[in-house]
Design a protein around this ligand. Structure first.
Ligand SMILES: NC(=O)c1ccc[n+]([C@@H]2O[C@H](COP(=O)([O-])OP(=O)(O)OC[C@H]3O[C@@H](n4cnc5c(N)ncnc54)[C@H](O)[C@@H]3O)[C@@H](O)[C@H]2O)c1
Ligand SMILES: CC(C)[C@H](C(=O)O)[C@@H](O)C(=O)O
Ligand SMILES: [Mg+2]
Length: 359
């Protein structure tokens, strides 16, 4: 018996529009093949929403999100705002608000290299082989949501880095639980040698660790973690960290998986799950039809697994991506000088190839 679910698709801006179409198509094919009924609705967010309504997260989109069983999101952002720090209304506010409103406090960012992409990374293959990391990035606290101030003369600005005990506790528990199902190692990353918010973070993680004696826990400063990640990625299993450090470390970690275009994520918390590539709207390649759709397709795989409990279907999607890479197909971000021209594909051809491998 198939299941019936409502999925909200929010393509957003730039390459978000281009790649999310393929995440959605994959969900449609899975529904057809496994006799599930997925009903899709669409919402606007980011620059496109500002243009249409003046609001980066219109109430209608938030209502639709609340009424759905899962959300597939693309990316937001526009060069216009990046180059205008004084803009009061910005696409990113939409994304931050939906994360907060939906209580999406845990952002899971799995870093796993597909075998055939060993040569795609700028890191040496022998360092990469076997790396498999699961990041838990706290998503609704930290300096992102602390009070922001700007002095009247505009010459001084501050963003408050703030964490409450309960916020650290709930993300830490999720990370420890995940570590139990993996290699039983957890690394908590902070800056407790300098920051009070990090000292609270470390205290709480130390406390929670007592409930997980079977998990080997270590604490690492963010600067060291940034270095160790590239020096020896295999030493990490589960990493738990705050919002800002997690944002930065996972972009860095995308190189372990070959490209930003390969990294999917799942944001979970109080209720509905939200699935998105970790990348942004990529102004430099938007509109050219060359963005890698695999991060969106792999986000769809996470959605099937985490929100719908459809493990076989999720694995089917991952196998189709693996098969596509094994056949030698590459988008430009994961290609190298040995990739024959016929195998260098744009977004749509790459997405279509994955669909073929799903059937
Ligand atoms: N979750 C999000 O929606 C999100 C995440 C990051 C950045 N942004 C926004 O996106 C805009 C651009 O930011 P940025 O350039 O710093 O980061 P970005 O992630 O958009 O791009 C960084 C680099 O990675 C490449 N890249 C990203 N995704 C790719 C893909 N699927 N295929 C191939 N190459 C890919 C880009 O071409 C670029 O060179 C900004 O406005 C930023 O605020 C949004
Ligand atoms: C666009 C921005 C608000 C966002 C973040 O910093 O969380 C992005 O970089 C991400 O990683 O999803
Ligand atoms: Mg980011």
């Amino acid at each position: 018996m198939g299941i019936a679910k409502k999925i909200l698709v929010i393509p957003g801006d730039g390459i978000g529009q281009e790649v999310t179409a393929w995440g959605k198509k994959v969900l449609e094919v899975i529904a057809a093949n496994y006799k599930h009924t997925f009903t899709f609705d669409e919402g606007i967010m980011g620059h496109v929403a500002i243009e249409a309504t003046g609001d980066p997260l219109p109430a209608e989109t938030l209502d639709k999100a609340r009424a759905s069983d899962a959300i597939l999101f693309g990316a937001i952002g526009h060069a216009k705002y990046d180059n205008d720090p004084s803009a009061k209304v910005r696409p990113e506010q939409g994304l931050l608000k939906i994360r907060k409103e939906l209580g999406l406090y845990a952002n899971l960012r799995p870093i796993k290299l597909f075998d055939d992409l060993l040569q795609a990374s700028s890191i040496k293959p022998e360092i990469l082989q076997g790396a498999d990391i699961l990041f838990f990035r706290e998503l609704t606290g930290d300096v992102y949501f602390g009070e922001k101030q700007r002095s009247e003369d505009r010459a001084t600005a501050s963003d408050l880095m703030i964490y409450h005990k309960y916020e650290v506790e709930r993300i830490a528990r999720k990370a420890f639980e995940a570590a139990r199902t993996r290699r039983k190692k957890l690394c908590s990353v902070d800056k407790a040698n300098v920051l009070e918010a990090s000292r609270l973070w470390r205290e709480v993680v130390q406390e929670i660790a007592k409930d997980y004696p079977d998990v080997e826990t270590e604490h690492m400063f963010i600067d060291n973690a940034a270095m160790q990640l590239i020096k020896d990625p295999k030493r990490f299993d589960v990493v738990v960290t705050g919002n800002l450090f997690g944002d930065i470390l996972t972009d860095e970690a995308s190189q372990i998986a070959g490209s930003m275009g390969m990294l999917a994520s799942a944001s979970v918390g109080d209720r509905v799950g939200f699935y998105e590539p970790i990348h942004g709207s990529a102004h430099d390649i938007a509109g050219k039809g060359i963005a890698n759709p695999l991060a969106s397709i792999l986000s769809a795989a996470l959605l099937l697994d985490i929100s719908f409990g459809l493990k076989e279907e999720s694995q089917r999607v991952i196998r189709a991506v693996d098969a596509t890479l094994k056949q030698g197909y590459r988008t430009m971000d994961i290609a190298n000088k040995h990739t024959p021209n016929d195998f260098l594909l744009g977004t749509d051809a790459m997405g279509a190839q994955v669909l073929k491998n799903l059937n």
